[in-house]
Design a protein around this ligand. Sequence first.
Ligand SMILES: *Cc1c(COP(=O)(O)O)cnc(C)c1O
Length: 818
Amino acid sequence: MELIHTMKHLAVLLNAKSFIGNPSAVIENLVIDSRSIINPECALFCALSAQRDGHEYIKDAFDHGIRNFLISDENYFGLYADANFLLVENVTVALQSLAKYKRELYAIPIIAITGSNGKTMVKEWLYQLLAHEYNIARSPRSYNSQIGVPLSLWQINEEHTLGIFEAGVSKNGEMHALAEIIRPTIGILTNIGEAHAEGFSTSKDKLLEKLKLFVDTELFIYSPDYIHGIPEKELPGVRKFSWSTTQNADLKIMFIEPIEQQTYISAFYNGATIECLLPFRDKASIENGIICWAALLALGYAPDTADLRLEKLSRISMRLELKNGINQCSIIDDSYSADISSLAIALDFLNIQNQHLKKTLILSDLQETGKSNEALYEEIASLIRQKQVNRLIGIGPNISDFASLFELETKFYNSTQAFIDDFPGQHFANETILVKGARKFEFERISKLLAQKLHDTVMEINLNALASNLRFYKSKLNAGVRVMAMVKAFSYGSGSFEIANVLQYHKVDYLAVAFADEGIALRKAGITLPIMVMSPEPSAFEAIVKYKLEPELYNLDIFKGFLSFLEDHEHAYPVHLKIDTGMHRLGFEETEIGDLLTTLKVADKFKVMSVFSHLVGSDEQQHDTFSEYQIDRFLVITERIEEELGYKFIKHIANTAAITRFPAAQLDMVRIGIGLYGFDAGLPNNKGLQTVAVLKTTVTQIKHLKSTETIGYGRRGALPDGGSIATVKIGYADGYRRDFGHGVGKMLIHGKMFSTIGSICMDMCMLDVTGVDVENGDEVIVFNDFLTIADLARQIHTIPYEILTNISQRVKRIYFYE
Ligand SMILES: *Cc1c(COP(=O)(O)O)cnc(C)c1O
């Protein structure tokens, strides 16, 4: 019997300060984001205060149908007459109490996983490996924080026989709280690398903190390579199972050998040699595979069974990918696990795409433990309604059974094959299509039909990282400061509407582009934010007005030109004035301000939205005096303009680096450019920012050369001792400049660094891979978070801006969202 939780029940449990509303309202799910909501009638919105105060989203949540609120700010108590409010001291603590209560209710075994890397992969794989025997509750995606863990635990119900949860900490003291919530019976420590070391003084501190998770476990699975003798003392009475590639261990790895796209591993275990085959060959997957192997053995599985199961592991991808499709479609390819909470996230992502009016969902049967099909498909139907999908193509016998629940254009197929057989007769054009299927439906076959063929060289854009960088800067802003996001030059090479959609969703105030056509492209893709055009040519005035773009007026010529163009315009038109305080590129000089003001006062066709200037050296300390000078001049000038004009406008001068280096210069708005894409010369090592772009290509051929042979044009490359080279599919036409030739440029294959050899060609270049096992088809990283754009910039004496914007349009972009 499912236990029913009511508001009254929760009020008692949480020892709430106050309650108002209907005590018998039923709560099933907890929600912290007002946007992705399933089954709103039975949801409890928890107003957490992180970067933004969650109470600000109560209205939004109410508008989405939520009627139950957990709050800590009395001002919101009883805000709506027909809603229920629970008032507590601290919402995060309350959330954790709810999770502890759930844990106590169900005494199932729980595996807890922590480490710096690999937590999610190990969790998902153990789920695949153990699903034969257990009904498993697990963390959604990588929910492992002080908030993610309680939300994960809350999902446990009476049908579950095992839990697998990840736990992550960012500073000392947090793990104890997580251990109390999860109360794991089995612990797994994954790779301890350098990730997330910031909140800790030493790596030993970090390790000791992580080990707190395992104090009360019965079994602990780890590698001594990562813990240098610590656990013997730290975890008394816990049974330990170790694995290692270098030292004695319960599972001593003897031999790791790649065989085509698989990896053969043999090990010494229980006095015998055992083996397994992993269907991967990259370093991280091999290590995480070994951890899963150790876990299976430690849990008592026979080596043969473990091998059979490991061989069938499938790669987990936790991403949504946005790609170009056939007939101008946009395709969102979703390989999340196929449950309803991931469907809600995917539909959210579909919903923020504005580039096409029509939105189609291709969905397979889903599975959800502890829920009848009827209830499940009713929820799905309500989600689809809420997210304004126009067309549903349902694939599978179950979803077809519930066809009558869906009130939109629908079509149903019994199997993926039936859909594919019917594909030639179907019509897909100018629409955004979300493809979401449970693994056994093999929807990659459908994506293949719909997506444009990708070239081997792609730039992957991480939209979560972009959003995270935006949040980072928002947290650095003084109260009330607005954000203009610079999306000129194809958003610094990262994309057009794909980026703008995300920025619009995360509520920036303004966008800025260099030329009118960039702004027009955004409007045509449904972007409604105000857009400033920095170089408004007179030939584009008509289009500027037609598409509601706002020009930057930077001298009297352009000012008068646009003014006379507006002669017959009825209303005052929004414009921006650029002041030159030292850049000497565009902008009114201080000496021209008198003339500007005379004209401006009679220019009643203009509404000055903002006045701004640009700093020339905000990222370099040597120019700080000049930056201060620019800021001072700007303030004097804008004050004068404001006085004469008689109304207020937005004043802005700060670019990325100035936001943290000159907080007082944030004024009314900041213009964030390169920082969104992960670089800020004002932050040591870009601390706090995430890498947004990864450029990848592949090896097309391997050649073995004798000492007498030469490589490439002009015979400029040579291997004096002979050796091997890999030809990779990127050249200067892709934006990988010729300056990277002759060993200057480096690329990564399987985590190893290789230098270029010979000159860079137009579409290809060569790497020296002598002595290393590299194969045709291997993935090659040109830049990522390890080999960074900043490294590349240093190698050829330029700046990250140029490396990014150089990547040519022929390099396909894939956008992903986790
Ligand atoms: C490009 C640009 C910016 C953004 O500069 P970043 O250093 O990339 O933040 C700001 N203001 C103006 C006028 C620009 O042209």
